[in-house]
Design a protein around this ligand. Structure first.
Ligand SMILES: NC(=O)c1ccc[n+]([C@@H]2O[C@H](COP(=O)([O-])OP(=O)(O)OC[C@H]3O[C@@H](n4cnc5c(N)ncnc54)[C@H](O)[C@@H]3O)[C@@H](O)[C@H]2O)c1
Length: 335
């Protein structure tokens, strides 16, 4: 198939391009390359690469593709809060316009990279797709509104699907350490401290970034009638954890590391344990390749092999918000 991947230079995108190419698909990537120079390891490039803003794409560039996988975004809560207007412009308006262009260009399937953070301050545990959404950030609101507006375009010729991904973790050649698991493990390895910013009680559904990529591939191949215009939680019921569970496993890996509760985020309002039965029902062949433990073991080995150190942990390279702020300051200084 001919597949168009946006955000292909990101943490999840680089896994996705590799998986698609390994399966023999033709891949076009489009990414503005916000995190240029932030590679942890070399990665696979798509067959064709457009280094540009998704908001500048044309129908001609999209035409001839069977599926658009849309991952490009301002990709977490703190970045989303940095400038809410940009977050809405890219994540909401940009996504809706991209879906419109894709439909106009005759693309049949549009897979949107959403997030379980739409459940936000969960009213109850084990949230499923029909439960109320309680967003606590501009990022989450942008994902909800994009789902809603894109859903209005669904018809016989255009099948959008909304992947509400669990929180990602694990090794990627475009590593991020601003995700809870990677952060706790990276801090323990580089500084000998397990720093928990909340009281450790919030629930999070977790999924390896490579398994999110795998879900995109499965949902591209899934029967149209099954997935048509559906929001689907992406993860596994057994992979819901409290932050303190993650810290405990870090401690098992590094017994000498000290646990510190910094309390810097106070009562973390984001607390959601999620139910993934719909995914199992619609795509029963899909199984996670990783558990939290196997994914953490892999990442720990990668930290060691790459000599990941305090400078890496404190620097800009692997923290999306810091890198973005750095780029903005540079642009301002040059203006
Ligand atoms: N990482 C997670 O835990 C997680 C969880 C749920 C959902 N998601 C979603 O999955 C997607 C990918 O996440 P990620 O972790 O790989 O993020 P990432 O920040 O590593 O990658 C996002 C990519 O999008 C690109 N981009 C941003 N704005 C763009 C624009 N206007 N035009 C073109 N490219 C642009 C960036 O350059 C970057 O390479 C995002 O939509 C994110 O919201 C991520």
């Amino acid at each position: 198939m001919n597949v168009f991947v946006t955000g292909h230079l990101g943490y999840i995108g680089v896994h996705l391009v590799k998986q698609l190419k390994d399966l023999g698909h033709q891949v076009t990537g489009c990414d503005i390359d916000l995190f240029e120079g932030c590679e942890f390891e070399p990665f696979t490039r798509p067959d064709k690469e457009l280094i540009k803003d998704i908001r500048d794409l044309t129908p001609e560039e999209l035409s001839g593709h069977d599926c658009v996988m849309h991952l490009a975004a301002i990709s977490n809560d703190p970045m989303g809060d940095l400038d809410e207007q940009i977050t809405y412009d890219v994540n909401l308006k940009g996504s809706v316009e991209l879906a419109r262009l894709a439909k106009q260009a005759g693309v049949k399937r549009f897979l949107f990279s959403g997030s379980c953070s739409v459940y936000g301050k969960g009213d109850k545990l084990d949230l499923s797709e029909t439960d109320p959404l309680n967003p606590v950030s501009a990022y989450a609101v942008s994902k909800i509104e994009a789902e809603k507006q894109i859903s209005l375009m669904a018809d016989d010729d255009f099948t959008p699907v909304y992947l509400r991904n669990a929180t990602a973790y694990g090794y990627s050649p475009m590593l991020r350490i601003d995700l809870v698991v990677n952060n706790l493990l990276g801090c323990a390895h580089s500084k000998g401290e397990i720093r928990i910013m909340s009281d450790g009680s919030p629930w999070r559904p977790l999924i390896h970034c490579s398994d999110i990529a795998k879900a995109f591939v499965h949902l591209m191949m899934a029967n149209k009638e099954l997935v048509f215009n559906k929001a689907i939680n992406i993860g596994d019921n057994r992979e819901n954890y409290q932050v303190k569970d993650v810290a405990d496993y870090v401690q098992e890996l590094m017994p000498s590391a000290l646990i510190k509760f910094t309390g810097e985020v106070g009562d973390d309002p984001r607390n959601y344990r999620v139910n993934f039965d719909l995914l199992n029902t619609l795509v029963p062949d899909f199984k996670l390749d990783y558990t939290l433990r196997s994914g953490m073991d892999e990442l720990y080995k990668k930290y060691i092999a790459n000599g990941f150190n305090q400078d890496d942990f404190d620097g800009d390279k692997y923290v999306r918000l810091r890198k973005l702020k750095h780029t903005i300051n540079k642009i301002k200084a040059e203006a």
